[in-house]
Ligand binder design. Structure first.
Ligand SMILES: *Cc1c(COP(=O)(O)O)cnc(C)c1O
Length: 398
């Protein structure tokens, strides 16, 4: 046993793909006594808060908010439009689509799963085939995970919309933007998405605990045709509450709302287009470093094609199962926590870099420097000049 001096003391950095780094402004906004939940500041902040959330989602349609994580929003969305026995189509580019599909099964839906593995985007031809064969329109919804956080694949939602339109298929297009909202460009109405689910702890920079279901009139028409919907999941009163209590089907998540208000202020101040551009530029720096490391063959980016990668998360693989060893090193020795491999055959070999939310260029360099240090300590073969490549990318204007 060697007695190594840990260099982890100091401010820790959680660089996992959710929950993301919480801005001090959000933490400070939450540090206050419990407010009145019947009248006053908390009640008054709701109209602007829901407007701002709609703006970030790119929709002028409806929003229901739940005190839940993303899994809660998955179930809420399904519960409003999918009756037992009805069919959903689930094209999967990673673990998260499987999770949503399993939840659909749990509420009695029939799931047609198209599994494209853990490193490929949707195969539009196979989706088209499944929809074309469905002449009776049994398929009531397509479960479309925009960014699958396990694989870091970003799927093409506008292309899926065009496909549904070209085939005249009436299925609802349901998007999971839990990882992508506020990171990768997403425009609900322009892209023809009927239902979108999101949560507050990734691009929205707030502690986990609130999630969102955005839905348009087509989706609401399906809701109205449902035989029954549990009154807690029912999005109707939440989207058009007669009084404050109905927004949350009970007591409001008081402090989360103040935190979320502060997070939306940050997004408003920066501007959503700029937020997306920042994520894109920072992601390119991450990839530049990873592509240099990969030159020696020990490290691989899970997604080879840059145009298919999310700007919020990068999944990586090390040969010989050394992903876990690398993560253990960065956490215990450097104060840097990286994401675990998820949904992969060789999870011990995999790790993920979260680069979502409250993130700037120096944080990206710190994260990459931590990975470089760990690879040096563990003697992992890697191309030289990764940090220089990242710095050069950051220095070049997008
Ligand atoms: C994080 C995530 C989820 C799950 O969200 P929880 O808040 O952990 O329940 C679902 N889908 C995607 C794409 C995610 O990134």
């Amino acid at each position: 046993m060697t007695n190594r001096i840990s260099l982890a003391h100091g401010r820790e950095y959680l660089a996992i793909p959710g929950p993301s780094v919480i801005p001090d402004a959000v933490l400070q906004a939450m540090h206050r006594p419990s407010p009145n939940i019947y009248a006053g500041a908390l009640v008054d902040l709701m109209p602007a808060l829901t407007d701002d959330l709609r703006r970030v989602a790119g929709t002028r349609h409806n929003l229901a908010i739940y005190i839940a994580n993303g899994h809660g929003a998955w179930e809420a969305a399904l519960s409003n439009v999918i009756a037992p026995g009805e069919t959903v189509l689930a094209p999967a580019s990673g673990r998260f689509t499987h999770g949503w599909a399993e939840m659909a099964q749990g509420i009695g839906a029939q799931v047609d799963l198209l599994d494209f593995g853990t490193a490929a985007p949707w195969d539009m031809d196979r989706i088209a085939q499944a929809l074309r064969q469905d002449t009776a329109h049994r398929i009531k919804a397509v479960l479309a995970v925009h960014v699958d956080t396990s694989s870091s694949i970003r799927n093409n939602i506008p292309a899926l919309r065009s496909l549904l339109d070209d085939l005249g298929h009436p299925a609802l297009l349901m998007a999971d933007c839990i990882a992508s909202l506020g990171c990768d460009r997403f425009e609900m109405d322009n892209w023809g998405v009927d239902i979108m689910v999101a949560a507050c702890q990734k691009g929205l920079m707030t502690p986990a605990g609130i999630s969102f279901v955005f839905f348009n009139e087509k989706a609401h028409a399906k809701r109205l045709a449902m035989p029954r919907v549990s009154s807690y999941w029912d999005w109707t009163p939440r989207a058009e509450p007669d009084w404050f209590y109905q927004y949350f089907g009970g007591t409001a998540p008081t402090h989360h709302l103040y935190g979320l208000r502060a997070a939306l202020d940050l997004i408003n101040r920066e501007g959503l287009e700029h937020v997306w551009a920042r994520h894109a530029h920072l992601a390119r720096a991450v990839w530049a470093a990873c592509e240099v490391w990969a030159q020696k063959g020990a490290l691989h980016l899970n997604v080879a094609d840059r145009t298919l990668r999310s700007n919020a998360v990068t999944a990586l693989r090390l040969t010989e199962g050394r992903g876990t060893a690398l993560r253990d090193y960065t956490e215990s020795q450097l104060g840097l926590t990286l994401g675990i491999g998820l949904g992969m055959a060789d999870e011990d070999g995999c790790f993920r870099l979260g680069h979502m939310g409250h993130l700037n260029a120096q944080m990206v360099m710190a994260m990459l420097g931590g990975v470089e240090t760990a690879m040096a300590a563990l003697d992992i073969p890697r191309g030289a000049g990764a940090l220089e490549a990242a710095a050069a990318t950051l220095a070049s204007q997008p």
